[in-house]
Design a protein around this ligand. Sequence first.
Ligand SMILES: [Zn+2]
Ligand SMILES: [Zn+2]
Length: 458
Amino acid sequence: MCKFIIFALIPLILSIGIVSVIPSSDAAESNQICIDKVWIEKTNHKIACVTSSTADKLVQRGWGTLLVIDEDISDEKLITPVISGGTLPITQTPIIGNPEKEYPKNYVPGTEELAEDEIRLTFLGTGMPFPTRSQGAAGMLIEFGNGDIMMLDVGSGTVANFNSMKISPAHLTKFFLTHLHTDHQGDLDMFWAQGIPFGRVLPMQVWGPTGDGHALGTQSFIDGMLAANYWDLKSREGTVPTSGAEVITHESDWETTQVVYEENDITVTQFPAIHAMAGAISYRIDWNGMSIVYSGDTKINKFMVEQGQNVDLLIHEAFMPAEILSEQTGMALENAMVVVNELHTPPKAAGVIFELTQPKMAVMYHVWVTDETVPLLFDDLRIPYLGPVTLAQDFTVFNLTPDSIVVRQALVDDAPWPIVPEGDAHAEKEESPILPQWLLDQAIDVEEAIKEILENRK
Ligand SMILES: [Zn+2]
Ligand SMILES: [Zn+2]
């Protein structure tokens, strides 16, 4: 490995994220320095800067050859500078249009007021059905300048990330599900549960699709969730208000393109997605002349092309290429090809959708963001699409106004205290559950026990 030359040894103190940092503008000025990594020429003649382990894998697969220091690296062939990361978003175009105000380099939750005409969208999960400390499964928070807030999907890992956003759980009551795979709904029960002791007194509202028969629809899912968590709810009676435990379900026919939410001048429209089985949808959100489209999981389709035309943000899944999925999970390649190409969207296909819709900013999510994957994703995406794009990481934040889009990473507190809403948090009416006397007789009195411990110590 060491015979391959590392181009520079400049240390970069930007280690919070996983992806190495080569901001695009810096790359041009840095005489194409590949920091702590190696250059590789892919079979498509594009050149990337990758870790030596990635380079080894690419060479083993016959997908590229390593370059040594004296090879000519021309600008047209270079793909690496599209990648940044760490405390920077993974994009070449972090600012689109003309922002009216200057944004700090990073978003720190709780420190920035939204303007009345502004939207802030924060990814709370961007990964796979294998949540990691770096990436939760799918989910994003949208805050509107008019005060409304909502979540689109609530995959596992999103609740912990939400709690770093400095927003009271009491204020988040609206959840929109694209489908019922756990990587898109796995934390809904935790959002439901934590709201009860932490101040939510309004019912939760959940929008989601029908399925093929009642048992496969959103209403059945919510009924089952509440039944499974009945012990949790009953145990809290008498100590906290339980009005926030109610869930209002808005189940809508998954096959129909229709408006499912119209409040505070915000419109949410659903349209069908092609994913796994009946009962998957995508969403479009319109407010104040701005539009966001969110794919959920889907094979690329014509509904998306229609709904995504020239929107501000088009957030589309981009799954691992089948070869990588097969290698990383042990799944047979032919099965991986079905999963990726028939049930999901590989990066090349995401590029087709972006090219056909021309959003102000395209966004990819639903993929492991690692040194190994990022160069490959951009490699494939850039075949059909050359426009503005961001690869979302957890805590990638988009500020949208009618004139601009600004992309940043949030810097968050990993050990936040809950934000407590104003008002009375004491329970009314309900009585606390009563435990049997034989059990209570076995309880240990702490003060008595300490007294005895101290006496014995003399
Ligand atoms: Zn799915
Ligand atoms: Zn998914």
